[in-house]
Design a protein around this ligand. Sequence first.
Ligand code: WT7
Length: 680
Amino acid sequence: MSSTKRKPSRVKSSRNGKSKKGSRPSSPNKPSQDSIVSVLAESRVFNPPKSFSRTALIGSEQQYKKIWRDSVKNPTKFWAKQAKEQLEWIKPFKKVLTWKPPFAKWFEGGKLNVSVNCLDRHVRTEKRNKAAIIWEGEPGDTRVLTYHDLLREVSKCANALEAMGVKPGHRVAIYMPMIPEIAIAMLACTRIGAMHTVVFGGFSSEALADRCNDSQASVVITADGGFRKGANVPLKKNVDAALEKTTSVKNVLVVKRTGESVTMKPGRDHWWHDVVPNQSGHYEPYAADSEHPLFLLYTSGSTGKPKGILHTTAGYLLGATISAKYVFDLKETDTYWCTADAGWVTGHSYIVYGPLANGATAVMYEGAPNFPDWGRLWSIVEKHHVSILYTAPTAIRACIKAGDEWPKKYNLKSLRLLGSVGEPINPEAWIWYHEVIGGKRCPIVDTWWQTETGSMMITPIPGAIPQIPGSATKPFFGIDPEIVDKNGNPVPKGQGGFLVIKKPWPSMLRTIWGDDERFKAAYWSQIPGMYFTGDGARQDKKGNFWIMGRIDDVLNVSGHRLSTMEIESALVSHDLVAESAVVGRPDDLKGEGIICFVTLKAGISPSTEVKDKLSKHVVTQIGALARPDEIRFADALPKTRSGKIMRRLLRDVAAGKQSTQDTTTLEDLSVLANLRQDED
Ligand code: WT7
């Protein structure tokens, strides 16, 4: 792309609010199981502002189109060029792609190290003393780490981990608050060639134990606790409980953050401040093969236990690097802030690897958006002069609810670009984000991607692609998505269908950890030869993609993917529960709320007390983010004759709708009638 001449933009300046607003259903997130209904779309178009396009890395739609067309016509040529230009190699690769569907190998023969790409290569330049991470703790404390500082800390941490026996290929679980040490720990693993598996700090000890067991992690890196809404999250205590149920973990490295008292088990538990600072600030980076495993990240599937998504070194890093560069239009002068937690893939790709590989300055914030009040996000933008803000629709909706007076108290003029990720953004939230936060001058990139895709797949390039509220618009370079029916045939434009990716791409997941068969079944068996995203979508006549949400039994709660199966299993694991079914209900704030239908064991009477018990139980089993919004007791659940719970009916009941669904396979119609009566 650097070789492509920038053409003058022919895009008209922003036509804010010139609207023919179409009607949209209240929830575009939940198409029915068997068919996907196309919806009438939003038609307000926001062209990239001229002033933005003029200085953008990609400044016109023609330029985008040319690069994209060439990239999908000859993907290996495109990716080879990018890999050479964007990454620093210890040994050049020999072959771009070996594709034995569904197994891909990218850049074989090459060797590189991720931490070298994120740190050393900048430390050798004038970026040496540039801020890599500007961190703000929830209580208001701040730390700034330059690229040189970060390299030294990462090397020390790598030495400490090596002293604990960590070797290339080993798994290290990271269960930490959002403090700089989380990025240091991740990068230290990559320096050694060890794999990290970051477990979101909001997950319970049970969830941590499951992930340690599945990955057979030998070390856990954690903290005494973390701050959240002014309270302490007892991370070390959770680790202690998790380790009762695991045998693989031999060492625990503990950062002191909150200062609350914790139990340290001699021989197993080590304070970070005792073992890291006195290590050497040099660690010879491991020369990893391109396909060397980089990390595991667990994500919910529709059935059974969470899936350990495996990403590998060169391909993942390339995807994160070039998408961060072109989608955020990163410039030397930018201060970039992604509000995600490092425990999610967004934090991996767009707090740590993407921004650092580009030598950018990234803001990191520890706490809640509403602590001490709803002005916190905006105070951070003002204080650090944030120029690029990447957040989630659920956060935007919460801010809308809190009121415009909060952002209005702060100077947000430093912002030049806004981003959204995690779920479809409702047009109303898009417009608010554009007007109230972006002052009508900032383009918005609505980025569609997944833990599995590693990096952004469908998103506007901000200086080039006209934005439409609610549409993720166009595919990223080298990405070839399509909307197909269940046989894999493309559906006509405007019609809903399954979103698939037709060609392999470098940052795609390589498998599910230890389960190639599940990998094939989950992503490659529905539509032969194509990657099945699990999302429904449609493409409009102009080629813009509109994501309609998950088509399986996964909920999208506040931008987090939660498996209904896991919540059901948690409920059923309680002594009082006989059976349960969990469905989503459209929720203005969270995207989807969690509605649990529960049948109790014989002799147990429903009561508020039982509800509270079950709710608490789900929280201990999975974490606070899975806390049920509603628990409803039922004598029986609607089932098919083959015994499958009919969740689509329950979804209607939960939403308070009269079902228009086909009930011919329902075993006992009276069950449904009873469920409805309970509502009154
Ligand atoms: C699922 C992936 C990608 C990082 C955060 C979530 C939904 C994500 C969008 C968007 C509509 C979106 C999809 C996707 N999703 N971004 N811009 N528009 N839907 O990662 O937990 O792996 O979830 O989130 O349903 O499949 P994840």
